[in-house]
Write a protein that binds this ligand. Structure first.
Ligand SMILES: *Cc1c(COP(=O)(O)O)cnc(C)c1O
Length: 385
């Protein structure tokens, strides 16, 4: 069967199954060997070469989901991100980076790139003109992440890809927040797609992994850096990740349906000041969201009215967990000012539009009415406190 003709749930369920030639079992066998025959074989396999049977086959599923030729799986999202950046950036090169990106990626760039004599510029805002303004003669890579964390701002993927192509620059996107169910950047001309598979791919808050999907040619380049950096994932976890990814599309779609309803509920609630969700008409990038996303994802943020203590509200929740990380089937909320953006000064946060009371909501698959009731009861508690 050719991948292109397969529906999304068929890809999730079947593409990249590791063949069980011996027993013909219904699921992929787990090949835990770290030592393989080297004589008379086509492929010399070794875990850190990213080519054990489970790694090789699951990569096919990820490539198919991202409409890419090939993929690689890593031990974490940051392992994938750092390997890709160091595969394409050398001493003397320059990279243009979107202003609003994941804190760990920002830390890698700000704290480590100078040591390797790699120059970087963060864009002023997310407009395409701001990306253009940052390009220098030695710019080798443009890095974006859309929707952004935590305000769900969007970058025009096609515009960035077109700009990069016209300047002979490699374009890279962190597609973690959307997932390939909601957004396929390769279709808009992006070269390299990154994922923290710890999030939607894993989906059950019990796996740490990363992935990259791109052309075979770029995978060959990334592979050379990858085997030196050694960020491969244990085959046991690769196998668990495959198990999780079979339900990726049905999970993300269920989470997205809930998110849309919860965004509408919060948007009209008297205790809520503002809701950030690309699916709302009031969102500044709603039209762009319609163009480049299939649905609007399952992440949203909101601000409570100023007289309400957001931390107390989170403590009053009974069902929704005040937890770090995101994208699990269970709903979680967190305060960016106390977690992902706690290292910034209050002024720097204010500048980015991140109020101390801003709450990021990763919407899960629970029954919508239970989520709404939980929010209602928690609000009642803090309003009467
Ligand atoms: C979590 C996350 C990462 C980092 O992934 P790890 O698996 O924690 O290394 C990168 N980008 C985004 C958008 C993330 O949410």
């Amino acid at each position: 069967m050719k991948n292109k003709k397969l529906g999304i749930n068929t890809i999730c369920t079947h593409v990249g199954e590791t063949p069980d030639l011996q027993f013909k079992g219904a699921v992929s066998p787990m090949y835990m060997s770290s030592s393989y025959e080297f004589m008379d074989v086509d492929v010399k396999r070794y875990p850190r070469y990213f080519n054990t049977p489970n790694q090789e086959y699951l990569a096919k599923k990820i490539a198919a989901l991202e409409h890419a030729e090939a993929a690689m799986i890593f031990g974490s999202g940051m392992a994938a991100i750092s390997t890709v950046l160091f595969a394409f950036l050398k001493a003397g090169d320059h990279v243009v980076v979107q202003n609003d990106i994941y804190g760990g990626t920002r830390n890698l760039i700000e704290k480590h790139f100078e040591d390797y004599n790699i120059a970087f510029t963060f864009t002023k805002d997310l407009e395409i003109s701001s990306f253009k303004a940052c390009i220098q003669p030695n710019t080798k890579l443009i890095y974006i992440e859309t929707p952004s964390n935590p305000l769900l701002k969007l970058v025009d993927i096609e515009a960035v890809a077109t700009l990069a192509k016209s300047e002979n620059i490699v374009s890279v996107i962190d597609n973690t927040f959307a997932s390939p169910i909601v957004q396929n950047p390769v279709d808009f001309g992006i070269d390299i797609v990154l994922h923290s598979a710890t999030k939607y791919f894993g989906g059950h808050s019990d796996i740490c992994a990363g992935a990259v999907a791109t052309t075979q040619e770029y995978i060959d380049t990334i592979w050379k850096t990858g085997i030196a950096f050694g960020g491969s994932l244990s085959d046991y976890t690769v196998w668990l990740l495959e198990r999780s990814m079979k339900t990726l599309a049905i999970r993300v779609k269920a989470q997205q349906r809930n998110a849309k309803k919860l965004a509408k509920f919060l948007n009209t609630h008297s205790a809520v000041e503002k809701v950030y969700y690309p699916g709302l008409k009031s969102h500044e990038n709603h039209e762009l969201a319609k163009k480049q996303m299939k649905g609007y994802g399952a992440m949203l943020s909101f601000e409570l009215k100023e007289n309400i203590d957001a931390a107390l509200f989170l403590k009053a929740l009974q069902l929704i967990k005040p937890s770090m990380s995101l994208a699990g089937i269970e709903s979680t909320m967190l305060l960016p000012s106390k977690t992902s953006h706690s290292l910034l000064t209050a002024e720097a946060r204010e500048e980015q539009g991140i109020k101390d009371g801003l709450i990021r909501f990763s919407v899960g698959i629970e029954s919508k009415t239970d989520l709404i009731e939980d929010i209602e009861q928690a609000l009642k508690q803090v309003l009467h406190a």
